[in-house]
Design a protein around this ligand. Sequence first.
Ligand code: WT7
Length: 664
Amino acid sequence: MAPETPGHGPGGGNQTQETLSNLLQETRRFEPPADLAAAANVTASAYDEAQRDRLAFWERAAERLSWADRWDTTLEWNPPFAKWFVGGRLNVAYNCVDRHVEAGNGGKVAYHWEGEPEGDSRTITYSDLQREVSKAANALLELGVRKGDRVAIYLPMIPELPISMLACARIGAVHSVVFGGFSATALKNRIDDADAKVVITADGGYRRNAPSALKPTVDEAVAECPQVEHVLVVRRTGQEVGATDRDVWWHDLVDRQSDQHTPEAHDAEDPLYILYTSGTTGKPKGILHTGGGYLTQTAWTHQAVFDLKPETDIYWCTADIGWVTGHSYIVYGPLANGATSVIYEGTPDTPHRGRFWEIVQKYKITLLYTAPTAIRTFMKWGDDIPAKFDMSSLRVLGSVGEPINPEAYVWYREHIGGNRCPVVDTWWQTETGAIMISPLPGVTAAKPGAAMRPLPGISADVVDDQGNSVPNGGGGFLVVREPWPAMLRTIWGDDQRYIDTYWSRFEGMYFPGDGAKRDEDGDLWLLGRVDDVMLVSGHNISTTEVESALVSHPKVAEAAVVGATDPVTGQAIVSFVILRGSAEESDDIGAELRAHVAKTLGPIAKPRQILVVPELPKTRSGKIMRRLLRDVAENRSLGDVTTLTDSSVMNLISEKLPSAKSED
Ligand code: WT7
């Protein structure tokens, strides 16, 4: 974060040091629908129960799972190392699959899988899943994979992806899913770091109407990974693949296996998976999750935050399984709860921009979980597209991945949710494993743009630079004060980095790296990464607040702001905006937007420059890469662009620079 300077805000020069300004005022509130509240899985009493006895609360959540042996100790806490449900033994795959079959729900659909090519779909029941996972587990055993071994998975969004993850979980192997958009170097680094002996991949997957190859990337990566003994290849697209003597086809090996496999119980603290998160710099961090606590919290939060009724709901999380959202809320949480989910292979604009809403209509989706970046894209495409589809089945909408701008939230509520569905803005991270801060749809009167309150059993707080809780109305650093069941256990192979990254900024508290404010009612608003905070004339201003102010202008669909060095103000705010489909770019749009921000947040937040751009640079998980925009704003050559989805975007943006509209 930028060094602190005394605040001298609008109220006069004598206030105490300000950690993060609180500029945005929002008065809209949405009460839970009465019928949803009346039948909600979780009511307000859950907060009191957890408040009274946090560990007893999590024990009850753990009791929703099937344990081979019950734990002796709920939490063993040697800061910052936690063990949950110590002595407990369970099989995660059994909990996600077999127990539902045993309960008589084998015929129930676990996944409706929708391929990108239209008409390409598969229905997978819990019994199907049990057979497929058992076969894949037997296949991995035949390849010599044993408990504790690491398996890298590099697959498109096809059923073999969750099947492979569950097969690993079943035999106690540790999966490391690598998102299918990553390069050979990224894949190689992840295979090496985890020392994986098997890689599961496919010839390719479908993306934007065309087969997109994966196998050549694996070949390139694995050529430099002598520890990899086998590459298991799913045939999806039928593309030509170069064969090596390590390769084995999925259909040759898995299809001939027995569909019977008896799951053994594993220790609650045995590793379940590693998932790499890039962080801002340097070597990716292998976030390690274990079985018992992780499954407890993903399952509990999934039924609480979405009010899942497994008998009637059809749930769709649009994330890629290669990200933690997919791990926790496509695979482990929903399956542990016996849910019926949809998995979609492709992109939202294939073959047309209404594909998502067509899927909602086709499967009568009731619970939808997506990301602000997608919502803002739909806003840009126009209201008329979702209006063409029947989405009356929807009842709860979720958001994750970035702060959701109030205007995007309201758009989502209105144009997707028909002003009927509560929107839950869920804050969490790869590291937290499960949702931490979120409204409960049957309890919370939600405010657009706010994640509201820590869930029951989670002790999140906002603190100042010294680690003291900020009062209502104050801004600062988000922290978590007590361990939680799905927390990362360490960074794979690097305990010291785990301590340094998350537990060193504030004594005895977990620091996620996000800024936040607590409003006058005590509700939490996430304000983006603290590395992105701008220091303007002595005020720490969050990028999120300025971006939200810009998006609240009717012509703006999406905005990214950065602080650029300025001789007068220290840093000045430079904004990049994408206009809505219906808006025309006019000569005075810059002045108009600057005035709008000044009116919404105050003159201190008025951008120095507004650049209208066609696209914004995003990571493959859809987060805006403000670092690159800072390079543009400060006329530097661009830093590392390898994690960018589309590097041509930066050329389009740089071209805009000479025409930057700067006034005053
Ligand atoms: C970072 C974690 C959690 C799964 C997907 C991302 C940002 C996430 C929100 C939200 C504001 C959010 C934070 C967080 N973030 N959800 N609802 N409101 N910010 O996982 O890639 O590990 O990213 O995403 O900055 O630290 P991730």
